[in-house]
Design a protein around this ligand. Structure first.
Ligand code: FE2
Length: 216
């Protein structure tokens, strides 16, 4: 095997990420339903239509932009700008949905010591963090995130009204909740507060802690 092929494969195998932006395929749902929280009727269309649709949109924009670069296909300025914005918007939607779906569990458990210590240091207590995270989620019309900032080592609760806005650059998302209506309306109608409260009991702290340990 040629050396450059071998090193490329090794590099890819070492990547922590195995989602749609790398494979071009939808990551399957970890759970078809989360009893007591989200039904299959809620989760399946959310996964297939919203996440799957975002991935298809990303791949289409990516293919068009790549061919315009490699094949010299001309795009007018408006089409080019729209495609660039569509690509990052869809890519962010793909990433956020993967972090959201992968970060929930059917078997609630306590957060691990490491992330607990970091949250207490920043917010004072787990209860104070939970109250602020829920307020953050209620204030958002898109996403709410607990993120770790690479440069100052602080945790932040961040609302994002759209996939590609509200970003704190160089912050790594740890906990993600989708608060678009499509994420809860089938099961909760307009009771966003109850959906958010229940989410807090279905955070997969093993996954969150793994994300936390790979930051910084
Ligand atoms: Fe969503």
């Amino acid at each position: 095997m040629l050396p450059h092929i071998a090193s490329a494969k090794t590099k890819q195998e070492n990547l922590l990420y195995n989602g749609g932006l790398l494979t071009g395929l939808s990551k399957p749902l970890p759970y078809k339903s989360i009893p007591g929280f989200l039904s299959a009727e809620q989760l399946t269309p959310h996964h297939d239509a919203h996440y799957g649709g975002a991935l298809r949109g990303y791949l289409a924009a990516e293919a068009t932009l790549q061919s315009s670069i490699h094949d010299g296909t001309s795009l007018n300025a408006d089409a080019y700008g729209a495609l660039q914005r569509a690509r990052v918007n869809k890519a962010d939607s793909v990433l956020l949905h993967e972090l959201y779906f992968d970060g929930m569990t059917t078997t609630p458990h306590s957060p691990t010591a490491e992330i607990t210590a970091a949250i207490k240091k920043r917010f004072g207590s787990m209860d104070k963090w939970m109250a602020d995270f829920q307020a953050c989620a209620k204030s958002s019309s898109g996403w709410a995130t607990l993120a770790y900032h690479q440069l100052n080592g602080k945790l932040f609760n961040i609302p994002s009204d759209k996939h590609a806005t509200g970003i704190l650059w160089m912050a790594s998302p740890l906990i993600i909740i989708d608060v678009y209506e499509h994420a809860y309306y089938t099961d909760y109608k307009n009771n966003k507060t109850q959906y958010i409260e229940k989410y807090m009991h279905h955070i997969d702290w093993e996954i969150i802690n793994r994300r936390f340990k790979t930051t910084g």
